[in-house]
Design a protein around this ligand. Sequence first.
Ligand code: PGA
Length: 249
Amino acid sequence: MSRPKFVAGNWKMHGSLPANLSLLSAVKAKAAGLKAQIAVCVPYPYLAQAQSVLAGSNVAWGAQDLSEHAQGAYTGEVSGSMLHDFGCRYVIIGHSERRSYYGDTDAVVAAKYAAALKAGLTPILCVGETLAEREADITAQVVTRQLDAVIAASGVESLAKAVVAYEPVWAIGTGKTATPAQAQDVHALIRARVAAAGREVAAGLQILYGGSVKPGNAKELFGQPDIDGGLIGGASLVADDFIGICAAG
Ligand code: PGA
């Protein structure tokens, strides 16, 4: 597949107004002319800043989570329609940090995914196994279970409006990247699983790899047939690193 890669930054809980201004401005300037599709997912308070600094650029922006509910008495939560209201396009769903620290079970993730689509947002659905699960040789079962929860709730056609990110938990923020072959194996499995239910959806699905992607390893990862881009944590906080990864796409 020779379509442009999709590179999405996940800032996690990092940032400040002045630091973001220089990071966003540098990314905006350096992204101009690159053929990769690019987005940054920032903390809620900085969405408005991303919107204004990135206006008119080829860098889209998004959030890192949303409520599974449309509205109501859910103090502290943010709904999909609120994000959509002022132009937010992407939202990360089911990141392993949400799954492990904040109780985002497969059922909650499926509900958040459905809520994102209902609000007109593009979910970036994260799946991936822990180190213990990989060592127990159940990577395929875990990833399939996580994916199937969403397919069961929203249907396979919903993936035509979504992005999937395979992020092995043991590779996130650890400096340990999955080898291109390890990542490709799981990406192929994800695509095959989707193809079993919807061939065309599978062919068009963007499946990103996440977990210690750096400018030095991006090209080889992105060269794999089923890797359509990356979800970038640490390296998305350094403009030159993030752009170096985008340029590999
Ligand atoms: P990392 O994070 O690139 O810092 O490993 C990826 C992610 O958590 O999305």
